[in-house]
Design a protein around this ligand. Structure first.
Ligand SMILES: [Zn+2]
Length: 341
């Protein structure tokens, strides 16, 4: 397993110091599995202003389709051949078809009746409850042998800076036979790795990161947490890998609790940097894909310029799929580690 990095240097003449030469470093890292590159640059203190969420949230409840007085009236239902009861519920959470589908079997799961849940108010129980609701849906799709019941994925866009079109907290839940780009590349690369080396890449990565230590955050149950060597997020990404599990459907209730508990720790850690928004994706194999391990990525989202509303994704990322991270993942690790102790 190779952790490749190309170090680069830029020289500029600084007019504030009589045109003295100034050296600005950057680094291009390669993901050890896929070779995907990630640029570590624009080194700055990871501290942002908290967005004015009160202003953002104000007035949005009146028209919210996910609030309890509307969710059972205006959200769609699945047809009887998919889900005879139309929608699934656990406590105050509701799962129903995604009205803006990007695959044939997509759902949305609300994370409760409360319209706005500030990031630090999420309890592990609420998160794991929503994961269970999604898993119930996945299990039902597996039971009816739906042709899309191959990869079972949960994505979470928390708040508008992360791509959420609504304030009301919800998960994107879908089963698909078409693995999304990065997940597919990882699966293909992990299969090759296993054939070449006779071992599982994720097991090897986990063992390496725990012994190397500089990116390791901690273990909860059988879930291993570390900052990603080649992150996509501007404030790093955190990777969680579950031992012995290759698919979403193989996660136990304890695993879901452990994942939820880890996510609340990450929220607490990133909140201290002034970040209040994030993406989280499940990465799963299909049944029998023993060459991979279930893992998730947590990626904090913020702004390049908050007062202008400039998102943290520009042309480099959008059209080249090349990423920028503004600090070394090993340094970000030290900012998050106390949450895991
Ligand atoms: Zn609402």
């Amino acid at each position: 397993m190779n952790f490749e990095a190309q170090k680069k240097e830029t020289i500029v003449l600084n007019p504030a110091k009589n045109m003295k030469r100034r050296s600005i470093p950057s680094e291009i890292r390669e993901d050890p599995l896929t070779g995907r590159t990630a640029r570590i640059c624009h080194f700055m203190k990871l501290q942002w202003e908290k967005p004015d969420f009160n202003a953002l949230v104000s007035g949005t409840a009146e028209t919210c389709p996910f609030c309890p007085e509307k969710v059972m009236q205006i959200t769609p239902c699945f047809p009887e051949e998919i889900l005879p009861e139309g929608r699934l519920t656990i406590a105050d959470m509701v799962l129903f078809p995604n009205i803006a589908p990007y695959d044939s079997l997509g759902a949305v799961a609300t994370m409760g009746a409360q319209h706005y849940i500030p990031m630090l108010d999420f309890t592990a129980d609420r998160i794991s409850g929503a994961f269970r609701l999604a898993r119930d849906f996945f299990q039902r799709m597996a039971e009816i042998d739906h042709p899309e019941s191959v990869y079972h994925i949960i994505n979470w866009n928390y708040m508008p800076p992360a791509g959420s079109s609504l304030i009301h907290a919800h998960l994107q839940v879908f089963s698909t036979s078409s693995a999304p780009n990065l997940m597919r590349e990882e699966l293909e690369a992990a299969r090759r790795y296993s054939r070449t080396n006779g071992t599982n890449y994720w097991d090897d990565l986990t063992a390496h990161e725990i012994s190397a230590g500089q990116r390791y955050l901690g273990t909860i149950g059988r879930t291993r947490w570390f900052t990603h060597y080649a992150p996509m997020g501007v404030a790093g990404d955190v990777l969680a890998v579950v031992d012995d599990v290759s698919t979403t459907l193989a996660l136990t209730d304890d695993d879901l609790d452990d994942i939820a508990g880890g996510l609340t720790r990450l929220m607490a850690g990133y909140e201290k940097m002034g970040i209040f928004s994030f993406n989280m994706n499940f990465f799963t194999g299909a049944e029998g894909d023993d060459f991979t391990r279930f893992h998730l990525l947590f990626s904090p989202r913020t702004f390049f310029n908050q007062s202008l509303g400039t998102p943290d994704i520009g042309a480099l990322r959008n059209l080249f799929n090349e990423t920028l991270c503004m600090a070394f993942p090993e340094e970000i690790n030290t900012m998050l580690k106390s949450e895991f102790e």
